[in-house]
Design a protein around this ligand. Structure first.
Ligand code: ACO
Length: 283
């Protein structure tokens, strides 16, 4: 679907560009001349964009990517380092508020599925939104780096915590300590992205993945994503209790009654086998 002038406005502003296309919201960091370095202004816009898209029926999946040749060159060093050097702690905290909100608080528990499409440079602070998206596809020629050590800071914000959730400790420590750059294929091996594909296949493959997600029962998909993310921090006992309750809640709130349909198509009608595909959602 291409958005026309008389439809409700498309979210976005100067630093975040949104394109809505047939259920997919392409959310682009839009400071290509600054390699999409993430400024305070960009963070403020992103909070609004994500907030709006969460309740916009035109968006079933968010794809986060960068305009131009970068995914993101990390935190805007001018805004977040130089400009906050001589301000009070309260002002510094306020400068970080929107960044913390969108990069991990919102993305981590977002109501709709999210895919990061890493199209180029991805440094430092950019690892946080990358990791907090549900899935990620990179271009083989993307360049990743925890460059902090090379200019006298630690991987702060919440980068060190974010990488510890996906990367093996030895490998994470290696890149934290050396600041060595790596490409898309290595990002795949490290578990930072699901797949790395040639640059000319990046958009096509990411769209294909988004379409797979769009075809699922959206309520069950949301509950499954949330459940997985929450149990990571729970004990086995807590997880068992929580997942039992979450499963009941899912059955209760699912407007299309997926569980009931799936069971009856398998057990009664014998029209579907879970091992061979998905239940028939319509009818
Ligand atoms: N913060 C602020 N400005 C930035 C950033 C950044 N993170 N990254 C790039 N820019 C600006 C440059 O200063 C330059 O601005 P100017 O045109 O006003 O001089 C513009 O973006 C273009 O950057 P170039 O360096 O000219 O672009 P090039 O394509 O040669 O290199 C690269 C791209 C490799 C990404 C380079 O810009 C770079 O090393 N950026 C910093 C990467 C980094 O280490 N980020 C910080 C991680 S730490 C953290 O996020 C806390």
């Amino acid at each position: 679907m291409t958005v026309t002038a008389n439809e409700k406005p498309v979210p976005g502003g100067n630093f975040v560009k949104v394109e809505l296309d047939d259920g997919i919201a392409w959310v682009k960091l839009n400071r290509p001349e600054k390699r999409n370095a993430m400024s305070v202004g960009l963070a403020e816009e992103m909070v609004k964009v994500l907030d709006d898209l969460e309740i916009d029926d035109r968006c079933g999946v968010v794809i986060l990517t960068g305009e131009g040749e970068a995914f993101s060159a990390g935190m805007d060093l001018k805004d977040f380092f130089r400009a906050t050097d001589n301000v009070s702690d309260i002002e510094r905290m306020r400068a970080y508020r929107s960044t913390r909100a969108w990069q991990w608080r919102m993305l981590m528990h977002y109501a709709k599925p999210t895919i990061a499409m890493v199209n180029g440079w991805c440094f430092g602070g950019a690892f946080t939104p990358l990791i907090c998206c549900d899935l990620a596809i990179a271009s083989d020629d993307a360049v990743f780096g925890l460059s902090e050590i090379n200019w006298g800071v630690i991987p702060g914000g919440v980068v060190s915590k974010a990488i510890s959730t996906l990367m093996n400790d030895r490998k994470a420590m290696y890149y934290v300590m050396t600041g060595e750059k790596f490409g898309g294929k290595m990002a795949e091996q490290l578990g930072l992205v699901n797949e790395s594909v040639p640059a000319d296949r990046l958009r096509e493959r990411t769209t294909e993945l988004a379409r797979i997600l769009l075809a699922k029962n959206p309520t069950v998909l949301r509950q499954a994503r949330m459940a997985y993310k929450y149990v990571r921090e729970m004990t086995w006992e807590e997880s068992a209790e929580y997942l039992t309750a979450k499963a009941d809640q899912t059955t209760f709130i699912d407007p299309e009654k997926g569980r009931e349909k799936g069971l009856s198509q398998f057990l009664d009608d014998k029209t579907f086998r879970p091992g061979h595909g998905t239940y028939i959602r319509e009818g």
